[in-house]
Each structure stands twice: as structure tokens, then as C-alpha cells.
Design a protein around this ligand. Structure first.
Ligand SMILES: NC(=O)c1ccc[n+]([C@@H]2O[C@H](COP(=O)([O-])OP(=O)(O)OC[C@H]3O[C@@H](n4cnc5c(N)ncnc54)[C@H](O)[C@@H]3O)[C@@H](O)[C@H]2O)c1
Length: 329
């Protein structure tokens, strides 16, 4: 017996015209479901075919009224930058929760790019200072772009974008791509991470995740009133940035502690269970409130829940717009 599956390429997804605000809204809805205890989501499992490279499998089921399921298979390969290939690539499958049949297979590079920026945006909605004027992005690749996009959604008064990337061409490319979204903002290409973070209201690190992190962004360089977001696990911010923060938040407490317990990431000084203020489930379900003063720090690892919420939105939009290619399995 065969059945129909909707194949959605990156170009198909691009053509749907989804906005960062729409993705933030569904990611926030997913976090709220997690806070209500409606999410089944084991921590990522993976294989590692080369140093600092991963292939993860990320399943998630959201029960309750959402009733959504999916699995992502995703790779992250830092050496790809030099080969002109994407760091992040993969596929995401939408699964029918009633029958287990695959309903759709789609590009996971797009999903990962957008839902990760969106998760930072949702965190900033709850912990950011609405008067934020200066945002610093360290690592100006895909995530640098997406995270700035999300900050522009949350903070309408951004006047300055401070940039750092050791690869010389990245800052100019970043500014060319992002200036149209922030026409009034000044873009500053900084020579060092220290110069980049100086006086920034928000600092986001989007550098390659490595097994032996240098943690080269120091808490002492940050201003006291700052939102510090790590998209790259514990690669860039030093332990004090997180452990000495007024509040430390993750996207999923369970997954953060599981990852820490398994010994590679969040070691040597990163907060343990007692140092956690909240996870995004508790915040978005209204069980805890965000803070808006002092150094507020977060590690947003990226969880399968973000993919399910975003992938389902894409699927619904694609059906509505009759986009994609039906194939038979
Ligand atoms: N948390 C999540 O949900 C999530 C999701 C996707 C990607 N990521 C992670 O985000 C990071 C960036 O991913 P991407 O897709 O943007 O990759 P990318 O290759 O597009 O961009 C990485 C950028 O970092 C720069 N860089 C390298 N070393 C640096 C350093 N020491 N200081 C500053 N910049 C440096 C590179 O030149 C490049 O511009 C990776 O670690 C990736 O695993 C996290």
C-alpha cells in the first residue's frame, strides 16, 4: 500500500512568505504547551563522524489540543563554511499522530534557521528591556542573521548593531543583508569581541559549537544591564556570564540538565540545577515571570519542540497555498 507525502524544498518554504513574528508566535505556543506538561521530547541523540561535527535525531510529540508530532535529522559541520556548504542541513518529517504515517518531508535547514532566531525572540519578549537600543552579534552566519531579525521584531528602537566575526568578509555581507531590515541603525564592524560587546543591551553569540570551548566572551566586559543569549551552547560566553547572572534560563531544563550530565557541554562552572531560574516552558505557561533588570542570561539549545511547531505551520501554509510536490511512499 502506498500513501502520499508532501515534499517541501527550501525554495518551496521560502515562497510561503512566513514572517519571523509568525514563527515566534508558534514557538511561544509550543513552549507554553511544554510548561503545561503536554510535550514528549527526549534529549537529542547523535553521532559524530568528524571532530566538532554532529548528526542529531530530534523527535517530539505535543499532545493536548495541538496533537502534533515530528522528527528532525540534522547535521552541524563547522568545516563546511570553507567548502561553501551550509553548517546546518537536514530534513524534518511531519508524522500523523493517529497512524504514525509520514505526512510531509521538508528542508530542515530553513526550519532550524528560523525557529532558532524565533526562540531567542520569545526569550527577549519575556526578559528584554523594551528600550533596547544596542544589539551585539558575535558570529555573523545564518544564526547571526536570524537572531538579529528576531531582535528587530521585539525591540523597535534598535539604533546600533555591533558585529564581530573573525572571517573578514562576514561583517560586510551581514550588513548588506540586514541593513534593509534596520534602515536607521548604525552597523559597527568591531575588531575584537570585547569591543563588540561594549555597552550593548543585548549580546548574542552564534559561533560554532566545539568540544573544547574557548569561552572568549567575558562577563566583566558586559554592561550590568544586559541580555546575554548563547545560541552556541557554551562555546563563547564564559561560565561567569551564566552563573553570575541575575537569572539563568534555558529553553528546556530537562534537556539542559541531561546534556550537562552526559559530560561534554555545560561543564566547569556553567549553572547546575540549583542555578536555574526558569525554562521557557515555565515562562510561557505563566508559571514563572521573566526579569527585566540586571544581567539576564540564557542558553537556548534549540529543541525538537521548536521544529514541530515551525514545521507544522509550514505544512499548513503549504496546503493553503498548494505549494510543494506530492510523492508516494
Ligand atoms: N541553539 C540552536 O537552536 C541552534 C540552531 C542552529 C545552529 N546553532 C548553532 O549556532 C552556531 C552558528 O550556526 P550557523 O548556522 O549560524 O553557522 P554559520 O556557519 O552560518 O555561522 C557561523 C559564524 O561564526 C563565525 N565564527 C567562527 N568562529 C568564530 C569566533 N571565534 N568568533 C566569532 N565568530 C566566529 C563564522 O565565521 C561564521 O560567520 C553553531 O554553533 C550552530 O551549531 C544553534
Amino acid at each position: 500500500m502506498t500513501f502520499d507525502v508532501l515534499w517541501l524544498s527550501r525554495a518551496d518554504i521560502d515562497s510561503l512568505g512566513l514572517t519571523m513574528r509568525e514563527i515566534m508566535d508558534v514557538v511561544e505556543e509550543g513552549f507554553a504547551a511544554m510548561g503545561r506538561g503536554e510535550v514528549e521530547m527526549p534529549a537529542k541523540i547523535g553521532i559524530h563522524t568528524r571532530t566538532d561535527c554532529f548528526n542529531h535525531s530530534m523527535p517530539c510529540y505535543v499532545s493536548g489540543t495541538l496533537d502534533l508530532a515530528g522528527v528532525k535529522v540534522v547535521s552541524g559541520y563547522p568545516p563546511n563554511q570553507k567548502k561553501g556548504l551550509p553548517y546546518i542541513s537536514g530534513i524534518w518529517t511531519l508524522i500523523d499522530p493517529e497512524t504514525g504515517l509520514v505526512r510531509s518531508v521538508m528542508d530542515a535547514g530553513w526550519i532550524t534557521a528560523w525557529r532558532t532566531g524565533a526562540a531567542s525572540g520569545v526569550y527577549a519578549r519575556h526578559f528584554g528591556n523594551p528600550e533596547t537600543k544596542s544589539v551585539c552579534i558575535i558570529g555573523l552566519g545564518v544564526q547571526g542573521h536570524m537572531n538579529l531579525r528576531a531582535m528587530l521584531e521585539v525591540f523597535p528602537n534598535i539604533e546600533e548593531v555591533r558585529m564581530f566575526d573573525p572571517v573578514a568578509a562576514q561583517a560586510a555581507r551581514f550588513q548588506t543583508n540586514m541593513q534593509p531590515l534596520a534602515p536607521g541603525a548604525r552597523f559597527l564592524d568591531c575588531d575584537t569581541p570585547r569591543e563588540a560587546v561594549a555597552n550593548a543591551d543585548v549580546v548574542i553569540t552564534c559561533t560554532p559549537i566545539v568540544e573544547k570551548p574557548e569561552r572568549f566572551v567575558k562577563a566583566e566586559w558586559l554592561k550590568p544591564e544586559v541580555l546575554a543569549i548563547a545560541v552556541d551552547y557554551d562555546s563563547a560566553f564564559d561560565a561567569e556570564t551564566m552563573s553570575g547572572a541575575a537569572c539563568f534560563t534555558t529553553d528546556s531544563e530537562t534537556q539542559y540538565l541531561w546534556t550537562q550530565d552526559h559530560g561534554t557541554y555545560f561543564q566547569t562552572g556553567y549553572p547546575a540545577k540549583a542555578g536555574l531560574h526558569s525554562d521557557m516552558g515555565e515562562i510561557c505557561a505563566g508559571k514563572k515571570a521573566g526579569l527585566r533588570t540586571g544581567r539576564r542570561a540564557a542558553v537556548l539549545m534549540g529543541i525538537a519542540l521548536d521544529d514541530v511547531m515551525t514545521g507544522h505551520l509550514i505544512y499548513e501554509k503549504a496546503l493553503e497555498k498548494k505549494t510543494g510536490t506530492w510523492v508516494q511512499l
